[in-house]
Design a protein around this ligand. Structure first.
Ligand code: ZN
Length: 92
């Protein structure tokens, strides 16, 4: 005889899965603050307001572990599509 309360708990848990990807924008279409977060070799230093306005999506100034600075798309950071300045990055 299965325990009914356990079954209900499992169903409720399955109905609320963790999102596969975090959205790149939060409430009010403002970018989620990634400042100080690390994605692979990248450390986010600040929001790239100029490029974000030009591109129409969130870009962030990032510092690679090897010292290279670059503006990287927030969606690529969160999705793990950009983790370092280049494939031959010495920090890799
Ligand atoms: Zn690098």
């Amino acid at each position: 005889m299965p325990n009914k309360s356990d079954q209900q708990r499992q169903r409720r848990h399955a109905a609320n899965p963790q999102p596969a990807r975090l959205p790149t924008t939060g409430p009010g279409n403002r970018p989620i603050d990634l400042t100080g977060r690390t994605f692979g070799n990248w450390t986010v230093t600040r929001y790239d307001r100029t490029r974000s306005a030009t591109a129409g999506r969130a870009y962030w100034h990032c510092l690679c572990a090897c010292g290279v600075k670059r503006s990287v798309r927030g969606g690529h950071l969160i999705a793990g599509r950009s983790t370092m300045c280049c494939n031959s990055c010495p920090g890799h």
